[in-house]
Design a protein around this ligand. Structure first.
Ligand code: SF4
Ligand code: SF4
Ligand SMILES: [Zn+2]
Length: 274
């Protein structure tokens, strides 16, 4: 299996996964979305809230704020040596005290751990009028997207099969398919249609080019055909900023490997028991 990146930033990666099966590509996608842990606010102790929002709505909004997560610093509460009581290894504490009139933003959450800050300071939480006040303490903990979407570190995470476009000798370079292609993937060459430089991966496999070719009266079979490669996949992964996208990928691979190892152990146990 091989990965080649066409883009790798802190928050966005675009890459091709080669020599993989569709099942593995989908497992990788699902693991990145649902099983890579991240921090999110889970409990809120409200000392004062006379804003227009109920305590529950306010807590829900706080829970959705992405928090920068260092996976080497935090463990899940259920796996912590404190036995789940809550300590600096399994929870990140924030305090907030704001008096109106003003808009309360995510940046008003003051973190006890300077590394576990909110990803953005500009997310609006609640608008306070004159004499309105919010005072609270919030506790973030590590969990994953399979428990709740607030622990999902990916905003967008998807893939498509790599397009394979073949053009046969019957092509007379009439250009109908070029006109029809909504992604400008094709261009007229000297003797036949060609794939425009660097545009192949933009193909959505809509196959409008095949239909246009048939409509040109070419016969029973279009001169152009578009098929998905079943061993090559184009991925786009975007992080919400809580984890670098590279960490999301590495963590997902680790989770898949651990699961595969456990399966092998179980199968060995079963075959040994027979
Ligand atoms: S399948 Fe669609 S996007 Fe791809 S080359 Fe044909 S018309 Fe263009
Ligand atoms: S429509 Fe068919 S014949 Fe015309 S350029 Fe496209 S592939 Fe060639
Ligand atoms: Zn703990």
């Amino acid at each position: 299996m091989e990965i080649s990146f066409s883009r790798l930033d802190e928050d966005i990666a675009r890459f091709t996964l080669k020599d993989a099966t569709p099942a593995f590509a989908n497992t990788f996608r699902r693991t990145m979305i649902g099983e890579v842990p991240t921090l999110a606010i889970e409990d809120v102790m409200i000392y004062d809230n006379n804003s227009a929002l109920f305590d529950e709505i306010l807590s829900h909004r706080l829970g959705l704020i992405p928090i920068k997560t260092d996976l080497s610093e935090y463990v899940r509460r259920s796996e912590c040596s404190c036995g789940g009581e809550g300590c600096s290894s399994c929870q990140a504490i924030f305090t907030l005290s704001v008096e109106g009139p003003c808009m309360v933003h995510s940046g008003d959450l003051i973190p006890a751990d300077p590394k576990a800050t909110t990803v953005s300071t500009d997310i609006p939480v609640v608008k306070l009028g004159k004499d309105q006040k919010v005072v609270l303490e919030a506790r973030a903990e590590l969990n994953d997207g399979s428990e709740h979407a607030k622990w999902q570190s990916t905003l967008a995470c998807g893939y498509k099969a790599y397009p394979v476009i073949t053009i046969d000798d019957n092509c007379d370079a009439c250009g109908n398919c070029v006109e029809e292609c909504p992604r400008n993937v094709l261009k007229i060459g000297k003797k036949s249609v060609e794939i425009a430089d660097g545009k192949l991966e933009d193909c959505s496999m809509c196959r409008l080019c095949e239909k246009a070719c048939m409509a040109s009266g070419i016969g029973d079979k279009p001169a152009i055909s578009v098929k998905p490669d079943t061993e090559r996949f184009i991925f786009v992964v975007e992080s919400d900023g809580s984890l670098p996208v590279k960490d999301i990928m590495t963590s997902a691979f680790g989770i898949i490997k651990n699961k595969a190892d456990s399966l092998v152990d179980v199968l060995n146990e079963i075959s040994g028991a027979i």
